[in-house]
Design a protein around this ligand. Structure first.
Ligand SMILES: Cc1cc2nc3c(=O)[nH]c(=O)nc-3n(C[C@H](O)[C@H](O)[C@H](O)COP(=O)(O)OP(=O)(O)OC[C@H]3O[C@@H](n4cnc5c(N)ncnc54)[C@H](O)[C@@H]3O)c2cc1C
Length: 417
C-alpha cells in the first residue's frame, strides 16, 4: 500500500476500508543473514538501509517490547546539524541531508519541520564560542547565522530580554534545524523496511549472544534461538547490558533524561529555542503542546522516569527565559534511558568478536542521528568498512585516548555531557 493524495481521496470516499497494517507480524525464522537487536530508530533505520542500499533482505529486527516504545518515541524531536568538532560535524550534516529527503524516500509523512533552531547566548564569551561554532557549521556546508539581540527579538519577541541575571546578548540561528514527529519516524522506517522484506519481531528479547571460536553465530531470545552470520547491537540505554552478553564492558553509563509537555495552546513558539545559561530547550508540537526538557538526572539509572529536583530546575530555567510559560499547565512528564559515553559522542564500530557490530553512545542527541546512524551502520555491517561520515566513531578511542570528540568540553564524566 502506497500513500498518496489520490489514495486518501479514494479511501475517504469509500469508507476507509482499504488501509492495511503498516507491517507484518512474522514469527522468527531459525536463521537470518543479519540480526539487528533493538527496534528503536537506529535499529529500524539500519535494517532499512541494509535492504535499500545493499540488497540484503534476509534480516530480522528483534525488539523486546513494541516498535517505537523506547527512546525513539520518548524524545523531544529536535533535528539539527550544529556540531562543532570534526568527526561529529560531517556525520550530523550527512544525517540532516537524509532527513531532508526522508518523507519521499519512506513514502511516509514524518512531519519533518525545518522551523529553525536558535541557541541563545548571554555573555561575550558565549558569543565568541557560538561564532566559532557557526563558522564550523558553514565550513561543513551547513547554515548558521549569528544574530544580535535585535535579531533574536525579531524572531522571539516573547523572551525576557532584560533578565537581570541572564540578559540575552544574541543567538546562533540554524534555519535548517527543526523537529520531526518521533513516532512517525519509527513507524515510517518500520513500514519501509518491512516492505523490503525485513522481519520485524516484537516481544522478542535477546537474552544471550552465541559466539564460537571468536565469531558470532546467533542469539538466544525469549522466542527461541536464532542463528545469524552477523549481529548488530543497537539498544541505546541497554547497550551495556546487551554487550555484556558477548563478554564486553562498554565505556557507557545509562542515565535518565526527562521531558515535559503542556496542554495544547494556540501557536506561540514557532522555532526550537535553547537557553544558553541553564539546560532548557523548548518547541511547540503541531498539536499545540509546549515540549521542553533540560539536563540529565545526575546519577546512573535504568528507570524510565525521573525525579523532582530536575523537574524544579527545568521549570525555573523556563520561567527565567520566558515568564509567560508559567501560565501553561504541564500535562505530563516522562523519562528515557540515555547511553552516555565519556566524550558525549557515539560509537559505530566493529567489535573484537567477528560478525558482531556495535551502534550506541548517542547520549541525549540520537533522534536527529537516526537516518545517518542507520545509513552508516548498514554500510559497516554490509561491507565491513567504515562509512566516510562516521570514521570518528571508533570504539578504541576510549582505550587509546586518541580521537576523542568532547563537544561540550566537560571531560570524561558521563553525566556532564
Ligand atoms: C526525554 C528525551 C529527550 C530527547 N530529546 C532528543 C532530541 O530532541 N533530539 C535528539 O536528537 N535526541 C533526543 N533524545 C535522544 C534520542 O531519543 C536517543 O538518542 C535515541 O532515540 C536512541 O536510539 P534509538 O531510537 O535506537 O533508541 P530506542 O528507541 O530506545 O531503541 C532501542 C530499543 O532496543 C530495545 N532493546 C533493549 N534491550 C533489548 C534486548 N535485550 N532485546 C531486544 N531489544 C532490546 C528497546 O526495547 C528499544 O526499543 C532524547 C531522549 C529522551 C529520553
Amino acid at each position: 500500500m502506497r500513500f498518496s493524495g489520490l489514495k486518501i481521496l479514494k479511501e475517504g470516499l469509500t469508507g476507509n476500508r482499504g488501509w492495511t497494517p503498516h507491517w507484518r507480524d512474522p514469527d522468527p525464522k531459525a536463521e537470518y543473514d543479519i540480526i539487528v537487536i533493538g527496534g528503536g530508530g537506529h535499529g529500524l533505520s539500519t535494517a532499512y538501509y541494509l535492504a535499500r542500499d545493499h540488497g540484503l533482505t534476509n534480516i530480522a529486527v528483534l525488539e523486546k517490547g513494541y516498535i517505537g516504545g523506547g527512546n525513539v518515541g520518548r524524545n523531544t524531536t529536535i533535528v539539527r546539524a550544529n556540531y562543532f568538532l570534526p568527526g561529529n560535524s560531517e556525520f550530523y550534516s550527512h544525517s540532516l541531508k537524509l532527513w531532508e529527503g526522508l518523507e519521499e524516500d519512506l513514502n511516509y509523512n514524518v512531519m519533518h519541520s525545518q522551523r529553525g533552531l536558535i541557541n541563545l547566548f548571554h555573555s561575550d564569551g558565549q558569543r565568541d564560542a557560538f561564532a566559532r561554532r557557526g563558522n564550523a557549521m558553514i565550513n561543513q556546508g551547513d547554515d548558521a547565522i549569528l544574530l544580535d539581540r535585535d535579531g533574536v527579538r525579531a524572531h522571539l519577541p516573547y523572551l525576557d530580554f532584560e533578565n537581570a541575571r541572564f540578559p540575552i546578548y544574541g543567538g546562533l540561528y540554524h534555519p535548517r534545524g527543526g523537529t520531526a514527529r518521533h513516532d512517525a519516524v519509527a513507524w515510517g522506517y518500520a513500514r519501509a523496511a518491512d516492505r523490503r522484506g525485513v522481519d520485524l519481531i516484537q516481544n522478542c528479547e535477546v537474552t544471550g549472544i552465541d559466539i564460537e571460536n571468536g565469531k558470532v553465530t546467533g542469539v538466544r531470545t525469549t522466542r527461541g534461538a536464532i542463528r545469524a552470520r552477523k549481529v548488530g547491537i543497537v539498544v541505546a540505554g541497554r547497550s551495556g547490558q546487551v554487550a555484556a552478553m558477548a563478554g564486553m564492558r562498554l565505556p557507557i553509563e545509562s542515565h535518565v533524561l526527562q521531558a515535559f509537555v503542556t496542554e495544547g495552546l494556540k501557536p506561540v513558539i514557532d522555532h526550537v529555542v535553547s537557553f544558553g545559561m541553564g539546560h532548557f530547550y523548548i518547541s511547540q508540537s503541531d498539536k499545540g503542546g509546549l515540549v521542553f526538557g533540560g539536563d540529565l538526572d545526575f546519577y546512573a539509572s535504568y528507570a524510565a522516569r525521573g525525579n523532582l529536583p530536575m523537574v524544579e530546575h527545568v521549570m525555573e530555567a523556563g520561567m527565567t527565559l520566558m515568564p509567560m510559560i508559567g501560565k501553561a499547565k504541564v500535562l505530563r512528564s516522562w523519562g528515557g534511558i540515555m547511553d552516555m559515553t565519556p566524550d558525549g559522542s557515539p560509537i559505530i564500530d566493529k567489535t573484537d568478536v567477528a560478525g558482531l557490530y556495535l551502534n550506541c553512545g548517542w547520549c541525549y542527541g540520537g533522534f536527529k542521528a537516526v537516518p545517518g546512524s542507520g545509513n552508516c551502520f548498514a554500510h559497516l555491517m554490509a561491507t565491513d568498512r567504515c562509512h566516510g561520515a562516521a570514521t570518528g566513531f571508533r570504539l578504541d578511542r576510549f582505550r587509546t585516548g586518541r580521537g576523542l570528540m568532547d563537544e561540550e568540553g566537560t571531560g570524561s564524566q558521563h553525566n556532564l555531557h
